[in-house]
Design a protein around this ligand. Sequence first.
Ligand code: F6P
Length: 748
Amino acid sequence: MTQLARFILGLLAALALLTWAVSGVVQTTTHEWFERDVSAHAQLAMVSATRSMADAWYDPDGLQKRLVAIDRNQHVIGVAACNADLTTRSMTPDLPEDFHCRAVGVWVRAAGTAAGDENPKLREWSTIATLPTGRVYVAAMPVVSQGQALGFVILAHDLSYIERREARAQTFLLVVFGALAILAFGVPLLVARRVRHDWSMEVRKLLRKGGKQPREFQPILGDVRELIARMADEREDLPGQWTAERLRQILNRNLHGEKIVILANREPYSHIRGEDGRIEVQHPASGLVTALEPIMRACSGVWVAHGSGNADRETVDRNDHVRVPPEEESYHIRRVWLSEEEQQGHYYGFSNEGLWPLCHIAHTRPTFRAEDWAYYQKVNQKFSDAVCEEVDSEDPIILVEDYHFALAPAMIRKRLPSATIIAFWHIPWPNAERMGICPWHNELLEGLLGSSIIGFHTQLHCNNFLDSVDRYLETRRDREQNAVIMHGQKTLVRPYPIALEWPVRWAEMAPDPAACRVQVWKDLGLKPDALLGLGVDRLDYTKGIEERLLAVEMLLERYPKYRGRFTFVQLAEPSRTKIERYRELNEAVERLAKRINERFGTAEYQPIILLRSHHEPPEVFRYYRAADLCYVSSLHDGMNLVAKEFVAARIDLEGVLILSEFTGAAQELTEALIVNPYDLVKSSDAMAVALGMPEEERRDRMQSMRSMIGRFNVYRWAGKMLVDAAYLRNQERLSGRLAEHLPVSTNL
Ligand code: F6P
């Protein structure tokens, strides 16, 4: 029920109560008036009747005539003349039996006779009686002649007409009150509606027109815009689980079922010819792939990516397409081929020696070379062209992923002006000052502003991006919508923390935790009472792997009870190995593990086990399920989906997550043990706390994190972006339509 309906109902109830109370008072008052009126009238009639009857008392005809004359009055029921001995002298025929001389005489005598009096006297008497026909006023009065009582007269007066009058009076009263109520509430309501209508028309006009608004409307317009934005944000937050099906519905309903084109450097499946000559399908270790692959399964379309597998060329058709996922084909990959030089300049050079260290606070100096920049532009153009070849309408939905393609949105926009382009930046965005280190920061910003929406994991990264735009470009900022307008093109800048599919396919397929533990214990040769810590990463300096191993060393140093018992296994996927810094890291990690093992290890016990190779998801999930703790120690990370995967794997609610405060995930997984990975003492304490945590607390924390990642899953992540995109698209369509009808261009 709306607030207005509740208000009106309340008013009506109050009015009914008031009318009921007033009508009660009025009824009692009118009733008294009428009765008093009737008795006075009857008294008068009686006085004159007794007088005239005394004269005719001994003349039966004359007496009868007088009685009939009195009886003619429409309210008189009957009249009688009675002798002093209570016999009837004369009577009209309609006088009810209850009021005949003998019956009434008893009362007339009783009224005049005191107790013990032997000579009964007659006295005036009256009462109101109720007969089946209605109420009756009965009065009796002695007839006296020359000081002697001859008898008495009875007069019965009809009172039912009083009730009829009262009913009429009440109806009249209700009608008057009703009319007054309608006037009292209806008129102001109509006036208020009119005022509200005029006011909202004015606000709508102002909202549509944009530009300069009258001062008095500015605060309210701000509120309205904020509310609209919040509603747009919350529109899809309808209660209930986000699923692949629900995402499909969003796409069909809001974006008319158009297929999606994803542009991402890393492909979701690569074909690798092994040493035995057989081609195998590999799932690359990439958070981006983990998150986006379920979206493609749900929505279908094309994933445009670099064909990086050594057997990729052998597995495509003549359009460079391959249908995936294997055996459940629902979308296809369009592979783009890059020369050695292009890979070197675009991927290793500008993307991973320039932008990657620029965007992460991990103390590796970014390197920007002009030749890498030239390849970055060339490869962005190459991929943008491939995307434009894959679309099948003038206004497709294109998702541009990550820092490898900062220029692509503007390049695609040039060829497809009506496309909806959603760019997502999977890594942090640095502050404006740091962004200025890149000699081509303006070009990167302009490239990204070709998008309809730019998404980051956190609000902080959105703010850093907006600050960079403010600092380096001439643009207009729409602060209410968190948007940037450049050359008339609006780009929303929003946080969309990335997530996992739910339920996670690999967790569904994995053996139960007890079986995983048995297998992992066997693979690693652990003693039955061993305790296991786990790290899962690409071998990257942003992941804080060295700090993690140092924290393990600190644990063994400060908590000797774990020596010989606690083992930390690190699954480390070699990554970007052509870059010197990554090779250095690989060696540093190896040296560190060796040193710690030498310090605390024995012939049967190794505190650190380094597994440096590619691990397919089933194996990774086996480790997640077997471990007592998982330590994610990134020095800086956009989100980090390993943390979420560990939680997703723990259907048994066991295991403790230790999480770096410098990950995007730390803002969501607040029940993890949050640490500063540079603080080795506190990090080692956190490991000790995790290993000694009571079962109930472990389960509570895990349960709470699982419900969070189940609810805020990747379908919601994509759904939110698509809903925003649809909203923007509608807005643009509307303003485009309006602009067509306007004689001169305005600020639309
Ligand atoms: O974190 C950024 C990112 O692109 C992720 O999306 C992905 O997890 C990782 O880097 C993969 O890097 P690469 O594709 O260079 O192996």
